[in-house]
Design a protein around this ligand. Sequence first.
Ligand code: 13P
Length: 250
Amino acid sequence: MRTAFMAGNWKMNKTPSEAVAFAKELVEALKGANAKALVAPTFVALPGVAEVVKGSNVLLGAQNMASVESGAHTGEVSADMLLDIGVQYVILGHSERRAIYGETDSLINTKVKFAIEKGLLPILCVGETLEEREAGKLEEVILTQVKEGLKGVSEADLAKVTIAYEPVWAIGTGKTATPDDADAVHKYIRKVIADLYSGSAADAIIIQYGGSVKPDNVKELMAMENIDGALVGGASLKTDSFKSIVFFDK
Ligand code: 13P
């Protein structure tokens, strides 16, 4: 049985004081949820939000992390810094990091392995662009991103990894993949994991769907066999909508 896992990626939204006030509301609103719930504020909001979610059922994630330990890396934030303030998860390889900041599969793989080594739990994002989908390259793109992203990760460590399938064309566009289309890709990701690792690893891995997940489409997505949760952008920025997503089963 895979536990449902709903993560809110706040992206570059909310100042630290807004984030703290919002996190206080969420901690109250998400009490008693069956699903795991996580919030990922910006770096500067993490310390304040960490204090608020401490002792609650709301998990804390960062949206990115440096690929190296420390030193001369202007503008970067290290794994140790995140761990020091109580961060548990880290989103890696988000399509915005890939497209806007040029992150490659190889860099993302370094970060995935480094996060695991440090004791942070990676959420590895994969997903195709509309152009790639229309060119019939969906499986090729997903295979490469999953295989390269997980290169050198042992089966024991794979248990610490969540995969998020986020078709780029569905992010922030209001266009959601149909539940059947999303499930087909999730099923394919499980096949890739089965081929790389084992059938039991493929059964166990949590695969979130991301891309315009909203209160009114979450139930049908979560009804699909291979969809275990959601990585939510826009709809994670309001208490009511994120609450409805986390309580999709109520
Ligand atoms: P939206 O839910 O706003 O489409 O964003 C999805 C996403 O990119 C989450 O990481």
